[in-house]
Design a protein around this ligand. Structure first.
Ligand SMILES: [Mg+2]
Length: 134
C-alpha cells in the first residue's frame, strides 16, 4: 500500500468531490495532498512538485472535467518521460465506461467509480500500488 507520506494529487472540477476525496484520504491517514480543479492547474502543480523535494507520487483524477478531460491529462502525463510510471487513477462514473478502454491503452493505473466509500478507495489504492510494485 502507498505509504502515509505519499504525495497525492487530487484533480476534480467539483469542489464537493474534491473535498470528499481529500477528506477520505485524510481519514485513511494520508497527510500530503495537493488539490487542483482542472487538468491545466494539475499539470502545473505536478511539474512544480517535481522540482521540489516532494514530487507527486500518486494522481487521482476525475475523468469528466471542463477543458482537458482526465483522459487528456493522463495522456499528457504519460507523454512526459518523468511520469511514465507515476501511479494514475481515474475517477469515473458508471456511464463513462467507454473511456476505460482508451484510458487502459494510455497507461492508466486503475479506476474508481463514483460514488465510492473509503473501503473502495482503499481497495483501489492497494491495487494500484500492487500494479506498480510487483
Ligand atoms: Mg467532473
Amino acid at each position: 500500500m502507498f505509504p502515509k507520506e505519499t504525495h497525492i494529487l487530487v484533480v476534480d472540477d467539483s469542489l464537493n468531490i474534491r473535498r470528499l476525496v481529500v477528506d477520505s484520504l485524510n481519514r485513511m491517514g494520508f497527510t500530503k495532498i495537493t488539490a487542483a480543479e482542472d487538468a491545466v492547474e494539475a499539470f502545473n502543480k505536478l511539474n512544480s512538485a517535481a522540482e521540489s523535494d516532494k514530487p507527486v507520487q500518486l494522481v487521482l483524477s476525475d475523468l469528466n472535467m471542463p477543458g482537458p478531460s482526465g483522459l487528456d491529462f493522463l495522456k499528457q502525463v504519460r507523454s512526459n518521460d518523468s511520469y511514465q510510471t507515476l501511479p494514475f487513477i481515474l475517477v469515473t462514473t458508471e456511464s463513462e465506461k467507454g473511456a476505460v478502454i482508451e484510458a487502459a491503452m494510455a497507461g492508466v493505473s486503475g479506476y474508481i467509480v463514483k460514488p465510492f466509500n473509503i473501503e473502495t478507495l482503499t481497495k483501489r489504492l492497494k491495487e494500484a500500488w500492487a500494479k506498480h510494485n510487483s
